[in-house]
Design a protein around this ligand. Structure first.
Ligand SMILES: [Zn+2]
Length: 612
């Protein structure tokens, strides 16, 4: 693991070459052109550095304003607001560079106490018949190597890496021992400890699909716990305030063909992955269109080379923009609408981290639904930052003599006299004692947007209910409040780069979510999901280890396991221990050695037992 320099706002002037870049040009035009619109996701598909955008925009703005002055039009000042927004949204840390040595990077993860807790908590709901640990630790180790190892997408390879690498076995044996001690001290229910054994391949592969469901909650808890530690290191940063949400395609280990709505064929194609739906995304003119499997799905090839299709899942992730780290992820049937999962993930996030107070939720245009904007504002008090999904025409709402008469696609208000108004404020009633997810009574109508600029009308307002996605707290246009608009632009630019970075890390770094023959060969959805969650834990733990290392703080090393790992064999079963031994409450007295409690004094520590 190698540290990378902290992110900064670059102050180098933009070169002409930067400005000539078509994406930068498109961005500047979008920001400042006559039809001012939010930066276009299609033109910025490949992320351009935020700084390049920022400075290119500043130059383009100067040129644009000069032109406007010549024509006698009013000018826009976005230069300073954009610079301020860039500072406010700047991530506080950079992900460390990882080395190729599997065990070396893994140890940075395993020494974190949150990860030890995670290890102690992950056990399948039904153990083997005698309620023994048996081979589960080896199965857990295989799952961790597969998810965090960054070396392979094949289960068998992960198992063999464990089987053939003695020091890797030793790391997991030490982790198992340290975690068992921790579980004992903290009252975590953890089955009786046995020396770590690498079982045979067949057993591990059979058990793997049963471990997934037990993994979700502990993995999420471990991740949040480490993010909170990062928050302690950066108390003034906006950790947990600026959130991003996005999804990525994850093909399942089954046929990748559509069934055109034939239920029998569908069941056959899904094979052992019952939740693997088919989805195609194609271009219809200039817009992307989702094509769900059914009789109407075009049988000929989809339009253009940029279309894609897969059978499997959507990985939906909420990411923290300050750290660039994932807070929560879920793997959902690709056939379901990805945007519908906002609610599920948000609720789970609040449950895991009740003190979190997100201010913004940023996403791309695919998430821009009226219901989503309304839900975020009213039920959670979060400001939605989504680009406009469908550029509707100006809406007219009434024929009063005074006040707001309508608004355009960007939510810019127009008064009864035909004057275009500047954005003034958004009234958002305080949440008071309301819990996250509670809408409160009669609050919908209190959310209003106010405009100013017409003397006869004063400062008229309009309820957001008319169009939650256009009439939003963070305006889609710079008139009136260029600072809020600049914040929206920068939040979205950061979102694009951070999300792309995260998905790339999963795919090229962790070999997860890859298409074709590199697909993860796991049929159980929950276990497949567990891989992503463990990869998240790995990313967070490496970032935390890097930050602690820079401050000269190193976490406690793993305690060496008392018994040697037995390669491929089995240790003789020790005498059965009372079931309550491992589930005891955290003791206030002196710490009890769980090994001694179960099996007598430790081998290697006290040799007196050998004599008897
Ligand atoms: Zn007016």
């Amino acid at each position: 693991m190698k540290s990378r320099p902290d992110p900064t706002v670059v102050t180098k002037p933009t070169t002409d070459a930067d400005l000539r870049h078509p994406k930068v040009k498109a961005f500047a035009k979008r920001c400042l052109g006559p039809a001012i619109q939010f930066l276009n996701p299609r033109q910025l598909k490949k992320a351009v550095g935020e700084d390049t955008l920022l400075f290119a925009t500043q130059r383009a703005e100067r040129e644009e304003n000069e032109r406007r002055r010549k024509n006698g039009e009013s000018t826009i000042l976005l230069d300073e607001p954009l610079r301020q927004a860039a500072l406010k949204t700047l991530p506080v840390l950079a992900q460390p560079e990882v080395t190729d040595a599997l065990a070396e990077d893994l140890v940075h993860t395993l020494v974190q106490s949150a990860v030890q807790r995670l290890w102690a908590k992950v056990w399948p709901f039904s153990m083997n018949k005698r309620g023994e640990r048996a081979c589960w630790p080896a199965t857990k180790a295989t799952l961790m190597i597969l998810a965090m190892g960054r070396s392979t997408s094949h289960v068998v390879d992960a198992y063999r890496a464990l089987h053939h690498t003695p020091h890797l076995q030793q790391h997991f044996a030490d982790l198992d021992w340290t975690a068992a001690e921790r579980a004992e001290a903290e009252g975590i229910v953890c089955p009786d400890w046995r020396p770590f054994v690498v079982c045979d391949e067949k057993t591990v592969l059979r058990q793997l699909n049963r471990l997934g469901a037990a993994c979700r909650r502990p993995a999420l808890e471990a991740g949040i716990e480490m993010i909170k530690e990062l928050q302690k290191l950066y108390p003034d940063a906006h950790i947990g305030k600026h959130l991003s949400i996005d999804g990525t395609a994850v093909p399942a280990w089954c046929s990748q063909l559509p069934s055109y709505g034939d239920p029998e064929l569908e069941a056959e194609l899904r094979g052992k992955c019952p939740e693997a739906g088919y989805l195609a995304i194609g271009r219809k003119g200039r817009a992307w269109e989702k094509l769900v499997d059914g009789p109407s799905l075009p049988r000929a090839g989809l339009d253009g080379p940029s279309s894609k299709s897969w059978r499997g899942y959507y990985l939906v992730t909420i990411l923290d923009q300050a750290t660039g780290l994932p807070l929560i992820s879920g793997l959902f049937n690709a056939k379901q609408n990805e945007a519908d999962h906002i609610l599920v993930l948000l609720d789970e996030l609040y449950e895991l981290w009740p003190e979190i107070e997100p201010e913004y939720l940023v996403a791309d245009a695919g998430w821009d639904n009226d219901w989503a904007c309304q839900m975020l504002e009213v039920e959670y008090g979060i400001k939605p930052v989504f680009p406009k999904h469908n550029p509707a025409k100006t809406k007219w709402i009434g024929r009063a003599r005074k006040g707001v008469a309508g608004f355009d696609a960007d939510g810019r208000l127009v008064c009864a006299h035909g004057t275009w108004l500047d954005y003034l404020t958004a009234a958002r009633p305080s949440r008071g004692e309301l819990e996250p997810g509670e809408p409160g009574e009669g609050r919908y109508g209190e959310f209003r947007v106010r405009g100013s600029g017409c003397e006869a009308c004063g400062t008229p307002g309009i309820q957001m209910q008319h169009d939650w996605s256009s009439l939003t707290t963070m305006p889609h246009h710079p008139y009136g409040r260029p600072d809020l608009y600049a914040m929206r632009v920068m939040l979205s630019a950061r979102h694009r780069n951070l999300m792309e970075g995260y998905h790339n890390r999963l795919k090229s770094g962790y070999h997860l979510g890859l298409p074709g023959a590199d697909r993860t060969r796991i049929t159980d959805r929950a276990t497949h999901e567990a891989l992503f969650l463990l990869a998240n834990v790995s990313m967070i733990s490496l970032a935390l280890a890097d930050q602690l290392q820079r401050r000269g703080r190193s976490p406690q090393a793993l305690k060496p396991a008392p018994a040697r790992v037995l390669l491929g064999g089995r240790t003789p079963a020790p005498a059965p221990a009372p079931a309550s031994a491992s589930a005891s409450q955290p003791s206030s007295g002196p710490k009890v050695d769980p090994f001694a409690k179960l099996f007598g004094p430790r081998r290697g520590v006290d040799r007196s037992d050998r004599a008897s």
